[in-house]
Design a protein around this ligand. Sequence first.
Ligand SMILES: Nc1nc2c(c(=O)[nH]1)N[C@@H](CNc1ccc(C(=O)N[C@@H](CCC(=O)N[C@@H](CCC(=O)N[C@@H](CCC(=O)O)C(=O)O)C(=O)O)C(=O)O)cc1)CN2
Ligand code: MET
Ligand SMILES: [Zn+2]
Length: 768
Amino acid sequence: MLTHNLGYPRMGNHRELKKACEGYWAGKIAAHQLEQTAQSIRLQNWQLQQDAGIDWIPCNDFSYYDQVLDTCLMTGAIPERFHPLVESNVAKLDLLFAMARGYQQNGHDITAMEMTKWFDTNYHYLVPEFRKNQQFTCFHNKVVREFLEAKQHKFQVKPVLLGPVSFLLLGKEKEQGFNRLSLLDNLLPVYFEVLKQLDDHKAYYIQFDEPCLSLDLSPQEQKAFTSTYQAIKSKFPQLQIILANYFECYGGNLQMVLQLPVHTIHLDLVRCPSQLGDILESELVRSKTHLSLGVVDGRNIWKNDYQQSLQLINTAMEKLGTDRIWIAPSCSLLHCPCDLDNETSMNPEIKQWLAFARQKLDEVVTLKQLAGVESFAVAEEKLLENTQCIEKRKTSTLIHNADVQTRVNALTEKDTQRNSSFKIRKGLQQANLQLPAYPTTTIGSFPQTTEIRSWRAKWKKKELSDEQYNELLKEVTKKAVSWQEDIGLDVLVHGEFERNDMVEYFGEQLAGFVFTENGWVQSYGSRCVKPPIIYGDVFRPEPMTVGWSSYAQSLTSKWMKGMLTGPVTILQWSFVRNDQPRSQTCAQIALAIRDEVLDLEKAGIRIIQIDEPAIREGLPLRKENWPQYLEWAVSAFRVAASGVQDDTQIHTHMCYSEFNDIIESIAAMDADVITIETSRSQMELLQAFADFNYPNDIGPGVYDIHSPRIPSRTEMIELIEKARAVIPAEQLWINPDCGLKTRGWKETEFALKEMVQAARELRELIPV
Ligand SMILES: Nc1nc2c(c(=O)[nH]1)N[C@@H](CNc1ccc(C(=O)N[C@@H](CCC(=O)N[C@@H](CCC(=O)N[C@@H](CCC(=O)O)C(=O)O)C(=O)O)C(=O)O)cc1)CN2
Ligand code: MET
Ligand SMILES: [Zn+2]
């Protein structure tokens, strides 16, 4: 029996990579300094995995930005607009960052690649762009370099590659009339070349991540897997391929997968324990395949239940013996914080229920010891301790709150309905709000400057008193409000300066949550989040945002938009309880947000935005599970939103989502206004709304806020005109793609002024 790991967090224990990348982008450190930081993170990670006793450690799981982007570089899938950079011999590192972030230097003005959600996680990858007959080349040899680096330091590693089929499937066709899978024949030779080099350097196991196997695949897509892995096997019979799928079971792809000539099949037994039975029934598996049992949850932070995992392991052992079994986390540990030992002030009762990435490695090794023939005394002791801990959590008085449960159980259809239909509401709201045509607004946050973050850091360390901290925040809020008035925005926001993050901020104030000091998880590029942990029944002890919203409203005679995070997003971006259905936890959060909405309304806030950027991401990977999820997710939003008067306007906001397949549910949310991210895809996403005759108001984003690149007024007008072509003018709002917290003030000021001017020109040009 062997243990292995699929991937380790690459940001570093204290986000060293984030700081180094941002330092490099700001011109504060040189490339070799960034590379040094990166190397030391890799070496540390390998060392601690080896120290934990993991037999096969991953390499090439490191990335400066994103593993899909790395694969674009590996295969030379460089979109044409970046070719001038290649031709002028820009360093590969800079090219990589340019593709991720856009490039506005030395006379170039190149837009970034699109970014989207990695399956149902809060991780974002860069979307590969494919064209008909595209050729691939071995452009970058990062894989081999990192393999050699690990070998040089005597680590026993297996390279991790994003599999060729998932690489193609995760990308997008940038022209019509071809299917990206037709590029496999062009692509495979590049993979062969990489494998040849790895083989020459005596690599043994190679992990191919093919997470698209967790999706419903067409017969044609399935065939692509078969031909790919047959081709790899016939070229490299000596390489041992570990095929890794995670986040879901193999489902309808299972029979195909079982036939693949691979050495080991990895199973996510946390998401899908039931697949083990079916797989063990297969003759093919029983006669030769090795199974990697992903029993330790890579997506959540709860301590493993050893008894439960051992049951799964024993079931597999009965059929396969010990030699063909590997123990592993369910997926890469990228989605977990690094180390629980870095948490010093968490409630100890709760802390003992948890395991972060480093602790999960220990769990994998302990499980092997417990399952193995030579069950160590130490391991037995750990089993006892584990069993007691799991029991204690189940019965802890911290978790259950009868009032909360009663309130959720008492919810009825009526709690999910506004008083009147949208049509009636729209009239009343117009009368109440008196907004111009094409109203302009922003999505909520303004730049979170280093200065503001440093105040918060000082306040947390008690170097600033509550009064001092609040005074400082009031000042910046005031400035932001009067600046918005000056440039002529119609619906203002307070700026969210008081928030560390749109989910964590609420987690800190809601009962049933704990938060971490150091539990950082990568979201995209250098950006990280500290997802709060929901351990018990959720309720709202006190108003959370009313103070800031009322203060901001008191500064202006324009409308101030209240700003809340919706229940589905709070759920999705937190680590959730695993002792009750997600739907139950979501309903509890929905009631807490409903309370807040009503308090905002009472305080005179008549436009309230309830952000739900994660509603699409929470969608189950298999379509058969969609209806059930959409039912409770939409209902949770409606519970949160429906308590208000007809003339109070409810906004929602979503970003990074494809809407085509869930447009009906988005309409069912019945928000008076929805603002969405559309600019990176050139308004492509709007078509779904148009096709559906989406009745409520829409603010399609007119500029990409995730890139430091500044858009021109003409560009914005062009986008709005594109929107105008498919959505009636009286439904349109003008706004950026998303909040501006990651931007600097300079670019924000410039871009928003242009945006307001664009709206004004439009009012002249095409009046409603
Ligand atoms: N949860 C969540 N998921 C999301 C989004 C989001 O906004 N929130 N947006 C979408 C895109 N993803 C994003 C994820 C993170 C960030 C982001 O800006 N993250 C910040 C951290 C935000 C934060 O929690 N900040 C804290 C801590 C800041 C910090 O680093 N403090 C310093 C000290 C401060 C100093 O002295 O400078 C430190 O700890 O070292 C605060 O403001 O208080 C970052 O990585 O830089 C943006 C978008 C999708 N998913
Ligand atoms: C990821 S969606 C962000 C919405 C939030 N109101 C903001 O402006 O930052
Ligand atoms: Zn957003």
